[in-house]
Design a protein around this ligand. Structure first.
Ligand code: EPZ
Length: 453
């Protein structure tokens, strides 16, 4: 496995181009299953998760052609464009060895049942940050008439007569994935569907926008009540993936924690309210302008603040680990409360090894600011925890080596190239000691199941 080597202590300065959003691109790719016409997606980020889902969709019979520069040197090269077409769904089974690599594969369930009348998808299983059940997805599909059966680690769903029936679905706990699966299923169901307590994330709005371009009728996207008129079929569409508010938030924290100044091109400032408010409260300067989102903390001693994660538009759970890294070096104490996932403090032991003072009690972590962190060899455990360690390494004195880099490659496009371009001393060190051709898949050599975001 590759590792990242960071020499900390450099204030970042310059411009970073923000890529397309991973958590928008994944459901958008699954939407291709809803039609036999081509779906063109532009601004797709180069990420391992996108490639993994591409493999699942091709297994199901989706043809995918990609253009756009390959992994070149230029960190400013924008995303790629892919054309996905499910002319015919060749199989309705998404197998375990594919789904376990990336839990968002469960988002093929709704579209497959809606389009094909039948789906058999491996249960995704848990991951590093929690057991990640899919009961809300299944309950919602059953409310739309699907017959659900669980057997041998798979969920089998059938639409009686080959078509789902619209209805009223209330999702008891706000769930991004369940909202997305049900939106896609309802788009081809007979009659109207109302989804209550729907998730309001910008990625939901982006999916609704794409489905509408394909011919769906959806009202209320971005609110907690969605009204969807099902139709017989959906057509071709071209859609640009929205920019990644979590990538942008992560680099905003990089500017703050290093006492630097970054301009984040294409950052979706309008979707980052809670994060930008917290940065300002900590003492950073934030300015949304024509050229992008400018974050500055030059000469600023950041102040501690309390953070509580909530569904959008609250403070995003996907930014919790990154903020913790920043607050470790802030003045005073901060209390971080994680309300979405049950095990999302995996970065704490690693930050502690770098000199952080953090005490976890249940779903809350109390962070007492320290004057400095010391670089150390650390272990990435999940996607956002890994970014938290990169941020700490950028600010720490000395060298930080981050192992199990595949976690980062799932959610951050060209991470080291983007950071090198703004003054970070960071490089990717290829894995050592592997004989030619004896390389292994990410995480498998240590008996590690890959975290599934
Ligand atoms: C999406 O995951 C994101 N992933 C996550 O980002 C993000 O953290 C999460 O939403 C919350 O915003 C993608 O979009 C690919 P949920 P998802 O369903 O849909 C529980 C990252 O780092 N729940 O909103 O799986 C669940 O256990 C990743 O990019 C059930 O109990 O999240 C969690 O506690 C990590 N039953 C809560 O709801 C269900 O059927 C919210 O989960 C579904 C979810």
């Amino acid at each position: 496995m590759d590792s990242l080597v960071i020499q900390g202590g450099f204030a970042l300065k310059g411009t970073i181009r923000i890529s397309g959003a991973k958590n928008a691109a994944l459901p958008l790719m699954c939407a291709s299953l809803l039609s036999d016409q081509p779906l063109e997606l532009s601004n797709l980020p180069r990420l391992a998760d996108i490639a993994t889902l591409g493999g699942v969709l091709e297994h199901l019979g989706v043809s995918i052609t990609v253009d756009g520069a390959e992994d070149g040197e230029d960190p400013r090269a924008v995303g790629r464009t892919a054309i996905l077409q499910a002319s015919d769904v060749s199989t309705a089974t998404a197998p375990y060895d594919m789904v376990r690599k990336m839990r968002a594969s469960i988002l093929v369930l709704g579209p497959l049942v809606a389009r094909h009348g039948h789906a058999r998808v491996s249960l995704p299983g848990g991951c590093a940050i929690g057991n990640r059940p899919i009961d809300l997805h299944l309950k919602g599909l059953a409310d739309l008439g699907a017959e659900i059966e669980l057997a041998e680690g798979y969920v089998e769903a059938r639409a009686p007569g080959g078509r789902l029936t619209g209805g009223r679905v209330r999702i008891p706990t706000v769930s991004v994935g369940a909202t997305e699966n049900l939106m896609m299923a309802a788009a081809l169901a007979r009659g109207e569907t109302v989804i209550e307590n729907a998730a309001r994330e910008p990625e939901i709005v982006d999916l609704a926008c794409c489905l509408t371009s394909m011919g769906a009728t959806i009202e209320g996207a971005g609110t907690d009540s969605l009204h969807i008129q099902g139709c017989e079929s959906l057509g071709a569409a071209k859609h640009r993936v929205i920019a990644d508010r979590i990538e942008a938030g992560s680099y905003a924290v990089a500017a703050a924690i290093t006492g630097g100044e970054l301009t984040l091109e294409d950052a979706p400032a309008e979707a980052m309210g809670a994060v930008l408010d917290a940065l300002v409260q900590a003492g950073a300067e934030v300015e949304a302008g024509e050229s992008g989102l400018r974050i500055s903390a030059r000469g600023v001693k950041l102040a501690g603040l309390d953070i509580r994660t909530d569904p959008y538009p609250g403070f995003p759970t996907d930014m919790q680990a990154q903020f913790m890294a920043m607050l470790v070096l802030a003045g005073g104490a901060s209390v971080i409360t994680e309300t979405i996932f049950e095990n999302r403090f995996m970065h704490v032991p690693e930050l502690t090894r770098m000199g952080a003072d953090i005490n976890v009690t249940g779903s809350s972590a109390t962070v007492r600011g320290v004057d400095a962190l010391k670089g150390a060899p650390v272990m990435a455990t999940d996607l956002r925890a890994s970014m938290s360690l990169v941020l700490a390494g950028l600010a720490a004195k000395g060298e930080t080596v981050i192992n199990r880099l595949y976690h980062l490659d799932r959610g951050y496009e060209r991470l080291e190239k983007k950071l090198q371009a703004v003054g970070a001393n960071i490089e990717r060190r290829p894995a050592e000691g592997l004989g030619k051709g004896l390389g292994e898949g990410p995480g498998e050599s240590e008996g590690e199941t890959q975290e599934q975001a």
